[in-house]
Design a protein around this ligand. Structure first.
Ligand code: FES
Ligand SMILES: [Fe+2]
Length: 333
């Protein structure tokens, strides 16, 4: 098993037009995506004939046409050479599907299940992709601890001077790492509190589970009246997929949803959805810029001075090695 066996989101649906192929890169492997009506093609990007990059071609009648000698490729990889009609060339095809507004690929023949994102009762707020210059592990580190929220974030999270009050519980199982954080919400501008109906004295809950086929985290974020279990304001569910592009390059692919049942007033909702979209984009952008600035951060955690918010990091490293990269698996047999 290799990481190519997992279903990875590699692009947003809207990035792939009807007639123009799109090159994506998954862990160093260049793959060209194209559409044949509702069918999706995903082939190794190098033309099997003489190696021209197929993403420079065009889509004609559902086939990808190589611009060098005009050989044509179907979504399943079967090819035609117009000058040699008897030839039966074949390109390596990947399995490809379109779900949640994203394009996903895995190695053909893999039987890894599709990752489950429970969005029942939720409305889509936004879908975005942001490339960051950091290894997958380092990106995951950032997305699975809350200690960075005071210096890095603008709205969601905790104030630095009260960080010691934040409760942080980490649960590690065979295939998942779950973290629950609750603490005083940092001060928010009055218009934001007004629109979302968040009380001045609110607790913010940031709880998530990371799974590793592929590596992704699903967050539940909501507000409680301080010292009680009474919920107020929006409840967000955000799925973040970390797709490795290269050893030090990772695509963050974010699906953000909000529980629409809580937001019954249409006029307010008309403001809240775009505002939530903006907030998510601002906060993800802040994480991304921070990661870009880390400059070749070490992937290994051994020897680091880790704190109480960093427990998930070490467990995630182990799960990435075993579940995601298939390291330490028995071979032969
Ligand atoms: S290199 Fe693609 S058709 Fe010849
Ligand atoms: Fe963050």
């Amino acid at each position: 098993m290799t990481l190519f066996d997992h279903w990875h989101p590699v692009a947003l649906s809207r990035e792939l037009r009807r007639r123009r192929p799109l090159k994506v890169t998954l862990a160093g492997a260049d793959v060209v995506l194209f559409r044949d009506g509702p069918r999706l093609g995903a082939l190794d990007n190098t033309c099997p004939h003489r190696g021209f990059p197929l993403h420079r071609g065009r889509v004609d009648a559902g086939q990808l046409v190589c611009p060098y000698h005009g050989w044509r490729w179907a979504t399943d990889g079967r090819g035609q050479a117009p000058g040699t009609p008897t030839a039966r060339p074949c390109a390596r095809a990947w399995e490809a599907v379109e779900r949640h507004g994203l394009l996903w690929i895995r190695r053909a023949g893999s039987d890894m299940p599709f990752p489950f994102v429970d969005i029942s009762g939720h409305g889509r707020v936004t879908t975005l992709r942001r490339r960051v210059q950091a290894p997958l592990e380092v990106v995951l580190d950032n997305f699975t601890e809350v200690e960075h929220t005071p210096p890095v974030h603008a709205f969601l999270g905790y104030p630095l001077e009260r960080m010691a009050e934040v409760e942080c519980a980490t649960t590690i199982t065979d295939d998942a790492v779950t973290v629950f954080n609750r603490g005083p919400q940092r001060r928010l501008p009055a218009p934001i509190r007004g629109v979302f109906q968040i009380p001045r004295e609110a607790d913010f809950v940031d709880a998530w589970t990371t799974r590793f086929s592929p590596v992704h985290t699903i967050y539940d974020q909501y507000f409680l009246v301080r010292g009680s279990d009474e919920r107020r304001g929006p409840a967000l569910r955000i799925a973040v997929f970390y797709t490795p592009v290269g050893p030090a390059l990772t695509d963050l692919i974010v699906l953000a949803y909000a529980s629409s049942a809580r937001w019954r007033r249409p006029l307010l909702e008309a403001i809240r959805f775009p505002m939530t979209r903006l907030l998510v984009r601002i906060e993800v952008g802040r994480d991304a810029r921070l990661l870009d600035a880390m400059e070749a951060p070490p992937v290994v955690l051994k020897g680091r001075a880790l704190g109480r918010f960093d427990k998930a990091l070490t467990a995630s490293r182990r799960h990435i090695a075993r579940i995601y990269r298939g390291e330490g698996e028995a071979t032969g047999g």
